[in-house]
Write a protein that binds this ligand. Sequence first.
Ligand SMILES: [Zn+2]
Length: 123
Amino acid sequence: MGKTFGKKLYPKENQEELLKLKERIMRKTPRLLPLQLQEFLNLQTSKCPVCPEFCSKSHLEGHGLKVPSYKEVMREIDNKTLEAKKSKLPRNKSLEELGKFVDIYSNRIKDHLNQKQDPQPPG
Ligand SMILES: [Zn+2]
C-alpha cells in the first residue's frame, strides 16, 4: 500500500474521516451537559396518564409524540457543543442554548403528562 496522502477520498471515506475528526475534537472538548437533561430523562420514567406504562420514547411515539432517544440527544448535544466552540460562544451561553433545546422535548412530555384522561365511554 502506498501513501494515501493527497488521495482523493470517496464520499463514504470522507464521511468516516469527518467522524474521526469529530471524535478527536470531542475528546478535547468536554461535552456540555445542561441540567435540563436530567429532567428530560426523569420525565421518561413517569407513568403515562392514559395507559399503565412509562413515558418512554417508544411509548410516546404511540401517542404521536416525537421525542429523541438518549443517544440522539447526546449526538445533538455533541453537535451543538462543537458549534458553540467554533463560534466561541461562552460556556454559560452554550449551556443555556442546550437547555432550551432539551426543554422543547421535556415540554412535549409534560404536555402529555398534564393531559386529562378522556372519559371512558359507558359500557
Ligand atoms: Zn400512554
